[in-house]
Design a protein around this ligand. Structure first.
Ligand code: FES
Length: 107
């Protein structure tokens, strides 16, 4: 697997979201886990770079779909119940020697 350095790890604090390029974002959960997602929400194409991180999920500003670091998608109702949506592809991501690195798409 080929890894590419994209960011200094200090630039992505817990709860932060950053672009990888025009098509992908990288984000960090509140507990520090790293995730990647396609930049356009699969629901109606809102930019997930404008989303918010709530706990271990990235939430789209469009209509509230949420995503975890494994690409599982869903939408929570007002009581917190998660209704699953189709999973999205992600890219392998890791933190190594103070940098964040990404690799190819994983399914
Ligand atoms: S565009 Fe993301 S939830 Fe609708």
């Amino acid at each position: 697997m080929s890894w590419a350095t994209i960011l200094d790890a200090r630039a992505l604090a817990p709860g932060a979201i950053a672009p990888i390029d025009d098509d992908w974002i990288v984000w960090r959960t509140r507990t520090g886990a790293l995730g990647t997602l396609p930049r356009r929400c699969p629901h109606m194409d809102f930019d997930l770079l404008d989303g918010t991180v709530a706990g271990e999920e990235l939430v789209c500003t469009g209509h509230g779909w949420c995503f975890d670091v494994d690409g599982h998608a869903g939408k929570r109702n007002v009581l917190g119940r998660l209704d699953a949506k189709d999973d999205v592809v992600t890219r392998a991501v890791r933190e190594r020697e103070g940098h964040i690195e990404v690799a190819g798409v994983r399914r």
